[in-house]
Design a protein around this ligand. Sequence first.
Ligand code: ZN
Length: 219
Amino acid sequence: MFVGHYGVSFATKRADASIPLWVLFLAVQWLDVMWAPLVMLGIEKVRIVPGFTATNPLDLYYMPYTHSLIAAILWSGAAVAAYRFVAGASAKASLLVGLAVFSHWILDLIVHIPDLPLYDNAMKVGLGLWNHPIPAFSLEAALLLVAMLWYLQSSHVRRPALIAFGLVMLGVQAFVFFGPPPVSPDAAAATALGAYGIFALAIWLLVDRHTLRAASIRS
Ligand SMILES: [Zn+2]
């Protein structure tokens, strides 16, 4: 899953407005943010096989450190600890950030073919929605847009700007599903990492920059 993960960011933001959206944008993609450098270092492995699934050509045959269930639980726990003890956030906010990290694995489970190990590189699971392009794209769009609109009901963020950003994200999703395949595993990893960084920066510019300033004026 790609942009659908950000639906969790917006829903979590509505549940606890103290958490910056850029943090939640990185949290919901954290397993992929770690996956990209591990692929580039040759520690986790992916093959580009055109036609491998109906929506993308990624044969993700070895990713025990980021996308096994055990790894997802450990990364989520690390996120709770980091947000609580490094960032000094509340217990509730820290738990929510941990759940945001873990949500990545649950949503990946729906779309991935059985390439998600329960532990190490064994017992792989995945429900395979990637092989059904229209339902897969619809799920990504619905998760993103429904949660974004739900969040917008509770905030004073400029709606047109955020909705336009959401549509750009859907455009990127369409390119990933229906555009040309990446030229290499390194290119796929670098593109993904770049997109996660740009999206996090964009949401900081669109939302966090203004809300943090408003909070500091109030205090
Ligand atoms: Zn993933």
